[in-house]
Design a protein. Structure first.
Lengths: 293, 293
């Protein structure tokens, strides 16, 4: 359904995406996992055909650069944060996108109802909560019932309740046979939704694996944050990745998703590389659905 | 929200709403956004008030002496238009694409099944319609003053004035949008637009005066350089329609009237059309070929 061959994108001297290739079949869900700046968002923009890149990408057999409109009509896109005019009202906004996607007014109404936004049509976008904005983005993405949904960290600005709602919707979509490609740095989302994970760092696809291989879940997974000297964070991340850990750098420490009974493993790995860990913090238990255990 | 309410309509469920093309949807959205924005309301009020004031003051002393004062009013309006209308259009155009880019909304729009050309032309069409409406409000107010003080309006000349004004506004809008495509930030685009406005309104006149003295320009060269400025072309077009010749503009005007005769109107119309089509085409090409957002 989605095929990427040697995708590369540079911004001046910075290589944002470097020779990434993968193939995602119909009905599969794939996560792009990596630190901030790993190239996930740029890769998604390449796949949407909104920026030029080297290599080739196609969706349902259509080249995204040569047949951009055609391919984008097959894709529902949910950004990290819904970017709308703040003064725009919810009702006219969804009708505008309904026009672009060539669906009728009734479908627009149904789409809003599906994400629980019926009755909010007169609200301005600036008055919507983060969760409501993200549900609106989902409603717009689902307007034309596209076979592919691409999401760029769809829950990163949401609270726990908002995340739960979005994840429920995405699980339903997966069961309906949609092909999902999403960027995330939340292990619970990856484990819950994804059939495959591409681990990205500095623009490169380091690993194409499954969530269960990345995080063996018999004993459960916990997300821990290691506090190190700022100067050694990048090196520490590389050392942990080499040791097979799923690492995420977000400017507030180094987050590692580990098996619940193996929390000391990354600290030992770093100690062997003479990297001092100043503090350790358990961020959260990763909730794994029964079906995935 | 009434615009989203689906009424009980037996045929409605099966009947799909006619869907306009992507560019029309963008144009309509742009028009709606523009007419509800502060800049549009402020410019419309400012232009209407100044047009009314100009008409009123031009007619003072004319009293009830009929249409003799109409020419004076048109001359007064001409100077007002040359100052305000290019400023309105350039600033509106400059904020269009750069504003979307800066707010982060451009990516989301381009991720929809539309081409970049559709987005660009749709935004131009919407802003052009909004600008035309704004000008019509000002001219309508001025016409009311004329009708009240003089007892009527020289419909033919007034229509030509309105037509030429709308044409020059559309050309300046196209220049503004070209600036917007080439600028990454709204502030930069607006700054460049103001510089262009200043150049066209003041600097080109002063440059011509200085050039004619320094380089001892011939009258045909002086006319050629003058008419290349769309605002001067606009002024010449209106004056030719009012007086039948450009004699009031001095030797260059006399030369133009004698050499070109009736073709002068076509020449100035062509120059204004070129100032619309060329920046619009370059803007659309640059926007379509941009490798980033």
């Amino acid at each position: 359904m989605i095929e990427a061959q040697g995708i590369a994108k540079r911004f001046g001297r910075v290589t944002a995406v470097d020779d990434v290739s993968f193939r995602l079949d119909r009905g599969q869900a794939m996560a792009l996992w990596g630190s901030n700046g790993a190239g996930k968002t740029t890769l998604i923009r390449c796949l949407l055909g909104v920026i030029r890149f080297r290599g080739r990408a196609s969706i349902a057999g259509h080249d995204v650069m040569r047949h951009g409109r055609r391919t984008r009509s097959l894709v529902g896109y949910v950004p990290q944060e819904l970017a709308f005019h703040d003064d725009a009202r919810l009702g006219p906004s969804i009708l505008f996108f309904a026009n672009l996607r060539r669906v009728d007014r009734r479908t627009a109404v149904d789409s809003l109802a599906k994400v629980g936004l019926q009755g909010h049509e007169r609200k301005r976008v600036r008055d919507l909560s983060g969760g409501m904005k993200q549900r609106l983005a989902l409603a717009i993405a689902l307007l034309s019932d596209p076979p592919v949904i691409i999401l760029d960290e769809p829950t990163s600005n949401l609270d726990a309740a908002g995340r739960g709602e979005v994840m429920q919707t995405l699980q339903r979509l997966k069961h309906e046979g949609k092909t999902l490609l999403f960027a995330s740095h939340r292990p619970d989302e990856v484990i819950t939704l994804a059939d495959r994970v591409i681990v990205m760092e500095r623009g490169r696809a380091l690993l194409d694996t499954t969530p269960t291989e990345l995080w063996p879940t018999e004993s459960g997974v916990q997300l821990i944050r290691l506090h190190l000297n700022m100067a050694s964070e990048q090196h520490a991340a590389a050392v942990l990745r080499d040791a097979g850990h799923a690492v995420h750098l977000n400017g507030r420490g180094l987050c590692v998703a580990v098996a619940r009974d193996r929390k000391a493993a990354p600290i030992h790995t770093l100690a062997r590389a003479s990297i001092e860990v100043r503090d350790i913090e358990i961020v959260e238990d990763v909730v794994i659905p029964e079906a995935r255990r | 929200m009434s615009s989203l309410t689906v009424h009980s309509d037996p045929a409605g469920a099966a009947r799909l709403r006619t869907i306009p093309g992507g560019a029309v949807a963008f144009a309509w959205r742009e028009f709606r956004d523009a007419v509800s924005s502060r800049w549009f309301i402020l410019y419309t009020i400012a232009f209407a008030v100044l047009a009314m004031a100009t008409s009123f003051m031009s007619l003072s002393g004319v009293g009830a002496h009929g249409f003799a004062g109409f020419g004076r009013t048109t001359a007064g309006l001409l100077n007002l238009i040359m100052l305000i209308v290019p400023l309105m259009a350039l600033v509106a155009g400059a904020g269009s694409i750069a504003g979307e880019r800066e707010r982060g909304t451009l990516l989301y729009l381009l991720a929809q099944p539309v081409s970049r050309t559709q987005v660009f032309l749709g935004k131009y069409a919407g802003l052009a319609l909004a600008l035309t409406c704004s000008l019509c409000v000002g001219f309508g107010a001025s016409a009311l003053v004329l009708a009240w003080r003089v007892g009527g309006v020289g419909i033919g000349i007034y229509t030509v004035l309105v037509g030429f004004t709308c044409a020059v506004a559309l050309s300046m809008l196209a220049v503004g949008m070209l600036i917007s495509v080439l600028s990454r930030r709204t502030g930069v685009a607006t700054g460049i637009a103001l510089f262009v406005w200043l150049s066209l309104v003041f600097v080109s006149d002063l440059g011509l005066m200085a050039g004619s003295v320094l380089f001892k320009l011939h009258v045909q060269e002086l006319f050629g350089l003058g008419v290349a400025n769309p605002l001067q072309a606009f002024k010449m077009g209106v004056i030719v329609n009012m007086n039948g010749s450009l004699d009031v503009l001095g030797p260059a005007g006399v030369y133009a009237s004698r050499t070109l005769g009736d073709a002068l109107v076509w020449l100035v119309s062509g120059i204004i059309a070129a100032w619309t089509a060329v920046p619009l085409a370059i803007g659309a090409i640059c926007f379509s070929r941009k490798s980033t957002i």
